[in-house]
Ligand binder design. Sequence first.
Ligand code: KMH
Ligand code: ZN
Length: 306
Amino acid sequence: MDKTIVTAAITGAIHTPSMSPYLPLTGNQIIEEILAVHEAGGAIAHVHVRNEESGLPNADQDIFRRIGEEVKRHCDIIICFTTGGRLGEPVENRVRVVSTLHPELASLNAGSLNFALFHIADRVNEWKQSWEKGYLEATEDFIFPNTFRTMREFLTIFRGNNTKPEFEIYDVGMVNNLAYLIKAGHADEPVHLQFVMGILGGIPATCDNLIFLLNTAQKALGRFTWSVCAAGRAQFPMCTQALLLGGHVRVGLEDNLYLEKGVMAKSNAEQVSKIIRIIRELGGEPAAPDEARAILGLKGLDKVNY
Ligand code: KMH
Ligand code: ZN
């Protein structure tokens, strides 16, 4: 049995500063969180960046680079940079991190969806920043654009930089999109999938649905590796089901701000430690970064441009 790759999605572009005092916002906070995740046994950090004053998610190339360089100076964790970025970021800005930093791994969203966050705005009583409410509410009418053209163009850039895509699959039709991209010669096998469950606009986070996604992928794709993440309180139950089915897992404050019911996670590392306890209870072992590189077939940290 392969070891389990634990990813931590450090800050994302879903949660806003008013939702948790523990959400990392600045480059330095993100770096500290990544180093603590590595210390706790995580193999991959999935990284978004934000405006350092306001916490608004953005695609600031200088912060991406600073994070890459500083983390690399201290440890060998794999960084999976986002090309999803902030809701509403132009697609050409989203992919720039791949052309400039040539990372080992980066996210590639496998289809378009009405990525809805407006319903979580109701839970906030007091807003810290002026952009937050409007950012969330606008998603009632927002399609996160990942057309076939965008995916093909992103894949050309990924291939040119030897960056492995982590395909974000929000619903079952996106497995079909990916099957097309492989057949058309745009995506290289084996592919790596991240099933992202429980986003409003995407597939609900249920046990049946994970089996459905997996069965569909097994029928439609060739060789692949896969991981699961889920929004909110579904995070640990769905990750545990992924472990039972032989998959890899992603935790982190991008997806869930809690450690357990009513208890906020004070860091990404706390969630990493919890999922590693579950992995070990089930007889598994977390993969070290180099073991994760071997499982995913990554080019290596010596070949990135940061
Ligand atoms: N920011 C969301 C719209 C990714 O990192 O590629 C999507 C997202 C996926 O977070
Ligand atoms: Zn992300």
